[in-house]
Design a protein around this ligand. Structure first.
Ligand code: DQA
Length: 139
């Protein structure tokens, strides 16, 4: 399911994207992820995330904060969409992906992201949003 929560304002727009299984936050493995309440777009579908990234700029979005979930480790389609987005994309992870299973240490999207914040729980999103605001000239 794709859920979106548009927020109207007159400042630069930042889109927060959550990848697969992040719709289950609060129910899923709370030892790793805790609970979080962030508005944005969540989809379990790679193609929906690609479309959101490719359409973001034309939709007036200035920057994206994205937790790609497991797509971070596998998706060259999302990586290409981040590269093509034409706006900064900050990658965030709730957990420290470098301290977990070996497969999580490979980050397919990170090399084309504006930056990566990982391991700080909900603060990863907060810092990602602050970074995005800085990247679009607002602090
Ligand atoms: C995650 C880390 C990923 O490895 C995992 O597949 C997730 C959540 C995180 O926020 O820590 O779905 O992106």
């Amino acid at each position: 399911m794709t859920r979106s929560f548009p927020v109207a304002g007159d400042g630069p727009r930042v889109l927060v994207v959550h990848g697969p299984n992040l719709g289950a936050l609060g129910r899923r493995d709370p030892a790793h992820y805790g609970t979080i309440d962030v508005e944005g777009l969540q989809s379990d579908h790679e193609g929906a995330i690609v479309e959101a990234l490719l359409g973001a700029r034309a939709a007036g979005v200035a920057a994206v904060v994205m937790n790609p979930g497991a797509l971070a480790h596998t998706s060259y389609a999302v990586r290409d969409a981040v590269e093509a987005a034409g706006i900064p994309v900050v990658e965030v992870h709730l957990s420290n992906v470098h301290a977990r299973e070996r497969f999580r240490r490979h980050l397919a999207i990170a090399p084309v992201a504006a930056g990566v914040v990982a391991g700080l729980g909900p603060a990863s999103y907060e810092l990602g949003l602050r970074a995005a605001a800085g990247l679009v000239g607002r602090r």
